[in-house]
Ligand binder design. Structure first.
Ligand code: HEM
Ligand code: ISQ
Length: 154
């Protein structure tokens, strides 16, 4: 399925709105992921020794932002090139980080659900099935690129 200009625009539009409130949304993102999979807490260096999710941790925020920004970039590439292209060195890094943390296929579905819930919350009344579809597709393709690299490195 090809990625349309409309879909790219929906992903970008959401991120533009979300940027305004990125600290709170980063927290929400982690909260959702840990609600679905509590064990994920032990995987993140900045969470594992905490009793609760830190409310104002720059690392937490920067990690969350990376996932959203990379999904946006994936949407742009999908529309422009029909596939997600992550630069070789970045992809290698992503592959090795996640491999080392023991991340598997099923974890990606958990993070995807977290991403979708966070976009839904972030955009409020602008949320739609079409926007959900566009984010899902961009995330899935990005996840597939990371997983393929992980399988290559394993
Ligand atoms: C680290 C992106 C999926 C768990 C990272 C980093 C990036 C990233 C960029 C490195 C951050 C840095 O060192 O600056 C992504 C993207 C994903 C994805 C774009 C999906 C498309 C997942 C999944 C899990 C996961 C499914 C499973 C829970 C982690 C962990 C780290 C990490 C544990 C290390 C965090 C730390 O520094 O302690 N990810 N990730 N990631 N990711 Fe992901
Ligand atoms: C996966 N990788 C990096 C950062 C993340 C933030 C929240 C949830 C999952 C993540």
């Amino acid at each position: 399925m090809s990625f349309s200009e409309k879909q790219e625009a929906l992903v970008k539009e959401a991120w533009e709105i979300m940027k305004e409130d990125v600290t709170a949304l980063s927290l929400y993102f982690f909260t959702q992921v840990l609600e679905i999979a509590p064990a994920a807490k032990g995987l993140f260096s900045f969470l594992k020794d905490e009793d609760e999710i830190p409310q104002d941790n720059p690392k937490l925020k920067s990690h969350a932002v990376k996932v959203f920004k990379m999904t946006c970039e994936a949407a742009i590439q999908l529309r422009e090139k029909g596939e997600v292209v992550v630069s070789g060195s970045t992809l290698k890094y992503l592959g090795s980080v996640h491999l080392q943390k023991g991340i598997v296929d099923a974890h990606f579905a958990v993070v995807k659900e977290g991403v979708l819930r966070t976009v839904e919350k972030g955009v409020g009344e602008k949320w739609s099935e079409e926007m959900k579809g566009a984010w899902s597709e961009a995330y899935d393709q990005l996840a597939a690129a990371i997983l393929a690299e992980m399988n290559k490195e394993a």
